[in-house]
Design a protein around this ligand. Sequence first.
Ligand SMILES: [Zn+2]
Length: 534
Amino acid sequence: MVRRTLSLSLPVLAISLALPPAVQGQSLEALQEEVRGEVASPELQKLSQVIVDKLYSFSELGFQEFWTLEFVTGILEREGFNVQTGCAGMPTCYVATWGSGRPVIGFMGDMDCLPETSQKPGVPWQEAMIPLGPGHGEGHNSTPAVDIVAAIATKRVMERHGMPGSLKVIPGVAEELVASRNYMVTAGLFEGMDVMLSTHISSGMSTGYGISGSGLVSTQFTFHGTSAHSAGSPWSGRSALDAVELMDVGWNFRREHLRLQQRSHSIISHGGNQPNVVPSEATVWYYFRELDYPRIKELHELGETMAEAAAMMTGTTVTERVLGAAWPSNMSKPLAEVMHAAIQEVGMPEWTEDDQALAKAVQAMMGRDTTGLATEVSDTLREASQGMGGGSDDIAEVSWNVPTVRLRYSGNIPGMTAHHWSSGIAMATPMAHKGANYGSRVIAMTAIAVASDPELVEEAWRYYREVTTKDYTWESLIPEGTEPPIHLNADKMEKYRPLIEPFIYDETRFETYLEQLGVTYPTLTKPGAVSEGR
Ligand SMILES: [Zn+2]
């Protein structure tokens, strides 16, 4: 657990009495205005668009974000960031650092995509570019654009005014697997960091503070049996698949008697090879979700009991491989207040009639209310609530170790199904280009506020000590010594890379990815679509 000691904080208190001389005479408002202008420059708007489109075309699954890594670290290196790759035992993890001294400001967002969400962008119908292929069906392709453009603009303003401080861009590797941040924390990647500014795609622009979402343990149980001829001598076999099925049946009966807040789901990752061979190995992959650390732990232990019981019933044995874990996230109020004020200044992107027309066409296609894109930012800063739980995000692991805030920036169309091809349609169009650039403005304005006001860092750490970690101190839900599961998705990407390659965006030849794909903007109807009433 990364914890600031009092002795480390004292020097900061001493310098907090006055801004660094070079910043004196510059009000925070002026610095924020300057950094916002930097992000909004034609050069950085173009960079937002190129990153958004390029990463959409890469469509790389978690732990296999190698093209993405090379592309974004190249940009950061050209901007004078010092890049280290392969951090925390993950080949696609990197830390890009610029500057020196305190404060140390982190920029973090996801970059991986989802299986089965391949989608041609900018068209109001389902059209996989690669059938059943991976795709950005959540919009993580836009997040590195938000972070990188914000970090570049912040760097330029800090440089101009001789402001001390360090910027660190770190990616949310394999967020869709909730399987990287825990390993980053235990590897010490956030030690010495003052604040973390994180981002996530949305259809609106907002931030909040407090505890939200579910936490989880993601784990695989592999049963080991004995193979045999399924018809010739089934009595000499012991089926590992039987154990998987009995574990699932047992879990589904027990589910009725669990708290309603738990959420658990599984897939069979390996169920044998062909029916006439008794499966000697079978693997089931579970996500066990609950609302706090003790309950997540308890649910996970119940799963282990079910697995052992299934092994006993079938005469097999079982081994377990924990892949990932996260607590629910717990965001910082002092940082959220500064970010919220920046959101009010920046406002929503100026959507064109074309943006609104496509958004409404997509909403109609999905059978949703045709309200179009949101035009107002939320003017109230909300404390999060967990309610009955839901999804998880392993930025949570960071939030319990460093004061962290999360921006939800616009770019997606309201009403889309999450983790679904429909959430990819807008993600390589002007909606995502503008959304990402506006997101960068908010992040950069928050970063410059942190860089110019050491008291804000102190306040964030005070809140962290007195509120965030008042009831709980973070402990890992992953057994000590577990390695990051970097093998995940390797086979899938090996299969899909040759199919993706012809679709990679060439920014040297085409203004936008839509232009490369020959999609006119906006496209509102499917060519040759049959009229209703047939
Ligand atoms: Zn996400």
